[in-house]
Write a protein that binds this ligand. Structure first.
Ligand code: NAP
Length: 219
């Protein structure tokens, strides 16, 4: 994946900004896709000067310019985004879905039911066949991702609609310092991964921390 351009759609947000900065630190050309590219440019300009490889653009321009498109927007905004931009994705673009259909009704974190099975499968169903889809970065807390100089020191689960998708997502995940990708198979495994996000939130709340994440042993 070295030499490729990666779009982080919603990269001004909690989860996207740590991913964007860490990929840029690893030497990747990054485009932050935003509904408001001027506002995003101001956000990116405040990031450390070392991150010269990050630029900002509209969602469309970021998608068109990129080989890999990472979706870090609220789940509820996906339908409009994908309906509007589904034809902007290049052939063989790898889409990495980070979204989790979480709701916080009544102060309790829950997963909203998704007819397709998971957020990642929801994305798959709304993109053309020539686009590849994987899921990753779903169980990493933004709190840790955004401490950009700090090694992540954990594992991240990767699943995808083909071996090529999983390999592409694995190579992106492992650009982040001290992060190991664990390939868990087909895209439907996102159902379990999204449950793990919920579990991480529950662990954080119960133990009054912000950094719970996962490590697989025996692998
Ligand atoms: N935060 C976490 O710890 C975490 C962990 C795992 C997974 N995730 C998942 O990652 C995704 C992003 O989470 P986040 O915490 O980064 O969300 P966020 O900060 O609220 O939003 C991320 C970005 O999405 C864009 N966006 C597009 N439509 C929006 C709308 N209607 N309202 C608000 N923002 C909108 C915004 O960028 P522009 O305005 O520049 O377009 C915003 O900066 C979610 O699906 C979440 O489930 C988050």
């Amino acid at each position: 994946m070295q030499g490729r351009t990666v779009a982080v759609i919603g990269g001004t947000g909690q989860q996207g900004r740590g991913i964007a900065q860490r990929l840029a630190h690893a030497g990747t050309a990054v485009v932050v896709g935003s509904r408001d590219p001027a506002r995003a440019a101001a956000t990116v300009a405040a990031w450390p000067a070392a991150i010269a490889r990050v630029r900002s653009a509209s969602y469309r321009d970021a998608i068109v310019a990129s080989d890999v498109v990472i979706l870090t927007v609220p789940f509820g905004t996906l339908d409009d985004l994908l309906a509007q931009h589904r034809l902007d994705f290049n052939r063989d673009t790898l889409v990495i879905d980070v979204t989790v259909p979480i709701t916080f009704g009544g102060g309790t974190a829950m997963l909203a039911p998704v007819a397709d099975g998971s957020a990642a499968e929801h994305v798959r169903a709304r993109l053309p066949d020539h686009v590849r889809v994987a899921a990753a970065f779903k169980t990493l807390p933004a709190h840790v991702l955004n401490d950009v100089g700090r090694p992540l020191d954990c594992d991240e689960f990767v699943c995808g609609d083909s071996p090529e998708s999983r390999e592409g997502a694995r190579s992106i995940v492992e650009m982040l310092a001290a992060l190991r990708a664990v390939d868990v198979g087909p895209l439907s495994r996102a159902r379990a991964i999204e449950q793990l996000t919920l579990l991480a939130i529950a662990i954080n709340r119960r133990h009054k921390v912000h950094e719970a994440r996962f490590r697989v042993v025996g692998l």
